[in-house]
Structures are given as C-alpha cells and as structure tokens.
Design a protein around this ligand. Structure first.
Ligand SMILES: [Ca+2]
Ligand SMILES: [Ca+2]
Length: 327
C-alpha cells in the first residue's frame, strides 16, 4: 500500500520514469489482490476529490449560515474568526438599510402610482374656479366678495403641507372684510376622487415642518397685552386632518388688575413675578379658570413646536392663468 501511495504522489509530479515504476507496481498488486482492490482505490481517490470540490463551493454559504444563527462562531473550533465576526457586523446594518430603503422606495412608488394626479388637479382647479368665477366655496358657502374687489388678490398653493406625500390645495381668501377672511386646506381623496376640507381658520397662520399650525386669533380679549392668543393644531395622520390641541390666552396684570367679572389677578399663580399668567384650554371651551405661569406654558408650547421650523407656503395669486397652470 505504501508503495502505491508513494507511486501515486510521484505520478502527480508527471515524472515519466516513476510512472513506469507505479504501473509495474500496480500490475504486481493487481496480480496479487485482483482488480477489485484497484477499483476500490480509484473510487476512494475520486470520492475524496469530489468532496473537496463540493466543500469549496459551499464555503460562503457555511460562513453565511454561521453569521445568521450567531452560534457557530463560538462552537466551530475557531473556524469563525474575530475578523469574520467583524465582517458580519459590518454587513448586517447594510443589509437592513437595503431592506428598509427598498421598502421605502416601494411604498413611495406605490403612493405615486396610486394617486390619480390628473383627477386631483381637476378637482383643485374646479374648487379654484368656483371661487374665482362664482365666488362660492366647495361647501356651498358664499365667499365674502363685495362685487368689486379684485378676487385675484386672494392666494393659493398646491403643496404637501401635512407631509403625507400628497399635495394639498391651500387657499388664503383674504381680500374681503375681516369676518370673511379664511384660510382653507383641501386634501384629495383618491377613492372618491373628491377634495375634502382638512382645515379652516382665520388666515393669520404659521405653518411648522412637524405638522403643527399656529393660528393667531383674529381678536384679542384685551387682557393679554403683548401676548397674542392663538390655537395650536396638529396634523393627525389617522383622520387626515388637523386637530385642535389647545388654545392659549394670557393675562398681563399691568393692563388690568381685575378681569371683566371683577375678579382679581391670580397673583398666587404668578410664581416668577413677571405679572403675566397664561391659560391653556384643551377642551375647546374658552374659560380662564386655570392660570399657569410662564415656565409651564413654555413647556407645553415647546412640546408641540420645539425646534420645528416655519414653512413658507409657495402662495401664488388666484388668477385664471395660475389656476389653469397647476399640474
Ligand atoms: Ca399632503
Ligand atoms: Ca408669570
């Protein structure tokens, strides 16, 4: 056997002289043990070579399996090295990012594909023409138009203000009496192919990039001094509309020591002693019965506005040409 192995190894060196020796040796063994033994040797050699090839093909897969279950690295007799582990850690987040971005791309694509943009623009144009030509809002309410004033001084924008990837129609009807001034946001319902009113307020609004709208009141009750009362609205994805999250008013003692009912300034609530207290009303009812001080008010305000940035809506005038050009 030793001679056979030795002969085989030497044969690999393609040394013709030794091949002859091997052939002679094989003949000797064939004569002695028969053809069966020779076939057994050849089969063993071939099987060994085949196994090596299969292992070579499978190596990446084995490595991958080891990284996936996270257990083979420690139980694989050091085959899975620290370098391998490092490679796992560096590839896993990329795979995750790819997956996430792939989903995002798919979602965005689906949204874009789902929205009937032409129907949306036709609906928005119809609303704008109704106001421009007939001076009527989509809900049937007449615009506060005196028959003379320039309707093109009102403004509109097609803009995704609530960041739901779909453009809204924002209309600022301001060329009217104060009572008739209004700002409206319409959103397009792709299922019904109609526009829905998403928001309406007096047009002294500040839009923020986090879905908050600060709506300054058209009037001041008179006790707040430099502070102007307002209502905060927050975009609610579920209802696809803006929800009133609270209105705020204040009382500046330097303007009046008593309110309209004759009640005195709530000095006990003015802990910082600056002569101003605030009222946050979250149930929609105007009621000055729970004064709070500046720190608490600012905490509430910052919760909603914080570092959010103001959004400048790209308003354009309500002209026939501008209406026709939206797309
Ligand atoms: Ca939107
Ligand atoms: Ca105070």
């Amino acid at each position: 056997m030793y001679i056979f192995v030795k002969g085989y190894n030497l044969a690999k060196d393609r040394n013709g002289r030794l091949i002859n020796i091997i052939v002679r040796t094989l003949r000797k063994y064939i004569h002695k043990y028969g053809i069966l033994f020779l076939l057994l040797c050849l089969f063993s050699t071939m099987t060994a070579c085949e196994s090596k090839d299969i292992l070579g093909d499978d190596e990446p897969e084995v490595s991958q399996n080891a990284t996936e279950d996270g257990t083979m690295g420690s139980s694989n007799d050091g085959v899975n090295t620290e370098a391998d582990k490092g490679a796992e850690q560096s590839t896993a987040p990329n795979e995750l990012e790819d997956t996430v971005s792939g989903q995002d791309g798919e979602e965005t694509q689906m949204n874009e594909a789902d929205i009937d943009r032409e129907a949306m623009m036709n609906e928005y144009k119809s609303i704008l023409k109704g106001i421009y030509d007939n001076h009527i809002f989509p809900d049937g309410q007449a615009c506060d138009w005196d028959g003379r004033s320039d309707v093109t001084q009102n403004q509109f924008a097609v803009y995704d203000i609530d960041q739901d990837t779909q453009d809204e129609l924002i209309l600022a009807y301001t060329n009217s009496s104060m009572a008739g001034m209004i700002e409206l946001i319409y959103d397009f319902d792709n299922d019904t192919k109609t526009a829905n009113e998403e928001f309406r307020e007096f047009p002294t609004l500040t839009y923020y990039d986090n879905g908050i709208i600060k709506a300054d009141w058209s009037h001041n009750q008179g006790l707040a001094g430099d502070f102007w009362p307002y209502t905060l609205y927050q975009y609610d994805k579920k209802s696809d509309s803006y929800v009133d999250v609270g209105m705020v008013d204040a009382w500046d003692r330097s303007l009046s020591a008593t309110d309209y009912n004759g009640d005195p300034f709530p000095a006990e609530s003015d802990t910082d002693g600056d002569g101003i207290v605030y009222y946050i009303m979250q149930d929609g009812e105007y009621k000055l019965d729970h004064p709070i001080d500046g720190a608490e008010y600012e905490q509430w305000r910052d919760f909603y506005i914080g570092n959010a940035k103001e959004v400048n809506i790209p308003f354009i005038n309500l002209t026939e040409e501008n209406i026709d050009n939206i797309q």
